[in-house]
Design a protein around this ligand. Structure first.
Ligand SMILES: Nc1ncnc2c1ncn2[C@@H]1O[C@H](COP(=O)(O)OP(=O)(O)OP(=O)(O)O)[C@@H](O)[C@H]1O
Ligand SMILES: [Mg+2]
Length: 237
């Protein structure tokens, strides 16, 4: 699904991503962890083609993203779901319009409003379509942001600390939602997090330090959630 080879990105003297290679299976849910400044966000931005790499390659479903020219790159970006820590909703727009808005520049073969309504229903916000972001809790706003990311039916969902602004109970609910959505729809999810309870819900944990992978741990071995959490607790996130 996703193959990263010898990927690098620098900002002046700072090497944010330093020769990362990584293969991710279809429909895997991967936690990217590591200290602040270790390159998690940069890696997500490179995979989502929000930023350009200096070297190496990102290949998604046999398309080498790092080699795409501008027009094809825009088409690629349109098919990726992105969820941010601070939701990035547009304050004057209703929940429904926030979900619809990213698809407005494009011609689509479906009814935008009805798809947005279905998605708001899927994230547990049926009945709140007309609410403004200011009228929603942090967890509800993140649900809107997730629904928005799903409008394009992404095969790849990139989430940068999706629970970072939420209390732990709300964060757990958002993780429940991502786990369910992944199961129902089939999606590969790459998410950056500092939180053990979030990382322990994923199938795989990758820890970065100074732009390199220091740990790559398989978490799918049928053990119970408490054991996985205990195991993740041994890794310094
Ligand atoms: N636009 C930018 N300009 C200059 N330096 C940047 C830029 N973006 C990131 N960096 C630097 O690249 C390195 C990696 O940053 P990145 O944001 O990827 O870290 P992170 O792991 O996401 O950290 P955090 O956990 O704090 O979100 C840091 O040293 C950061 O200061
Ligand atoms: Mg970050």
């Amino acid at each position: 699904m996703l193959r990263i080879e010898n990927l690098s990105k620098r900002y002046g003297e700072i090497v944010a991503v330093d020769g990362i290679s990584l293969d991710v299976e279809p429909d895997a849910m991967v936690a990217l962890t590591g200290p602040s400044g270790s390159g998690k966000s940069t890696l997500l931005h490179l995979v989502g083609a929000i930023e350009r790499a200096d070297g190496g390659s990102v290949t998604v479903d046999d398309v080498e993203v790092t080699a795409l020219k501008r027009g094809r790159l825009a088409a690629y970006r349109q098919r990726i779901g992105f969820v941010f820590q601070r939701y990035h909703l547009l304050p004057p727009l209703t929940a429904l319009d926030n979900v619809v808005v990213p698809t407005l520049p494009y011609r689509v073969g479906y009814d935008r409003a009805s798809r947005a309504r279905e998605l708001l229903d899927a994230v547990g916000l049926a009945g709140r379509e007309k609410a403004l972001p200011s009228e929603l809790s942090g967890g509800q706003q993140q649900r809107v942001a997730i629904a928005r990311a799903l409008m394009v039916e992404p095969k790849l969902l990139l989430a940068d600390e999706p629970t970072g602004n939420l209390d732990s109970k709300t964060g757990q609910q958002i993780m429940d939602l991502l786990v369910t959505l992944r199961k129902d729809r089939g999606m590969t999810i790459l998410l950056a997090t500092h939180e053990q309870h979030v990382a322990s819900r994923c199938d795989r944990l990758i820890r970065l330090s100074d732009g390199r992978i220091t740990d790559d741990v398989d978490l799918r071995d049928g053990e119970d959630p408490a054991t996985t959490l205990a195991r993740v607790s041994q890794i310094r996130l």
